[in-house]
Write a protein that binds this ligand. Structure first.
Ligand code: XMP
Length: 260
């Protein structure tokens, strides 16, 4: 199972998911220790779970702790086993800055990046979408985050322009933007299955849903799968388990139960 970076990210992750019979994306968040030790921890977690996952997600904090050179080597290792890699940076700046950050992650070898639609299109994310798609990099747009306080922003009712008469749900507007901008994924927390259901109606089959928040944050695979989640981003329920291999294996089986 080799990855072809000229193929769109959406196709590559789907291929891994089908061949490994798993919709689980492993979130490797390693923070305690020096760069060398953390790299070993990350490799160990990947090696233990690689038969039960379909991709790997890293956070900015891990890049900062481990450093770019070691991260590049880690990504090569992950790619060598045919998996795509996602950087969770939730881009939310002006176009120049967003594009510079995206270019840096592309150079490190990442295959997809998370972006925040609050930044908007013109002068915000437009350049990043163009740049990323030219290089086969996927963009995952936040639509509704998984933590309780997400309701303060993503859960607001807003007037989408000054002439609007009726307030609308912010997350529905973001889901529409994910379709319009041709995002490769929409992030909706597994902690809110009813929101996943509403978002799925807007996205249809054009944009897959990526859901973090399983286990430690309270979300359950079965509920979000039924509501429309396509991929689950899971960290601590696997990485802090006594037996990460077994935990990943059980979660993988639960994640494809509707596929059989
Ligand atoms: P846990 O340990 O809770 O980790 O399984 C979840 C991982 O996903 C990240 N996370 C999010 N990323 N939107 C995102 O793009 C979210 O709503 C969200 N919630 C959690 C988190 O940083 C961790 O790596």
């Amino acid at each position: 199972m080799r990855q072809n970076r000229r193929k769109p990210f959406k196709e590559r992750i789907l291929r891994s998911s089908r061949s490994n019979k798993s919709r689980i994306i492993l979130a490797i968040d390693v923070n305690d220790g020096g760069p060398r030790e953390l790299t070993h921890q990350a490799i160990d977690l990947f090696e233990q779970t690689r038969h039960s996952i379909c991709a790997v997600k890293l956070g900015r904090q891990t890049i900062l702790r481990i450093g770019p050179e070691r991260i590049s080597q880690l990504l090569k290792k992950i790619h060598g086993h045919g998996f795509t890699t996602i950087i969770d940076d939730k881009l939310n700046d002006i176009d120049e800055t967003n594009a510079a950050i995206t270019r840096a992650y592309l150079n490190l070898g990442f295959d997809a990046i998370t972006v925040n639609p609050f930044a908007g299109w013109k002068g915000g994310l437009e350049t990043t979408f163009k740049l990323a798609h030219e290089h086969g990099m996927g963009l995952l747009a936040l639509v509704y985050m998984s933590h309780p306080g997400a309701s303060e922003g993503y859960g607001q009712q807003v007037l989408s322009n000054p002439r609007s008469r009726k307030a609308r749900n912010e997350f529905e507007i973001f889901a529409e933007k994910a379709v319009k901008w041709k995002a490769d994924g929409a992030v909706v927390g597994a902690t809110r299955p009813s929101i996943i259901r509403s978002v799925k109606k807007i996205l249809g089959t054009s944009v897959p849903i990526f859901s973090p928040g399983i286990g430690t944050q309270g979300g359950e695979i079965a509920w979000s799968l039924k509501a429309g989640t396509d991929y689950f981003i899971i960290g601590r329920s696997i990485t802090k388990a006594q037996n990460p291999r077994k935990a990943a294996d059980e979660l993988a089986k639960a994640s494809v139960i509707l596929d059989d």
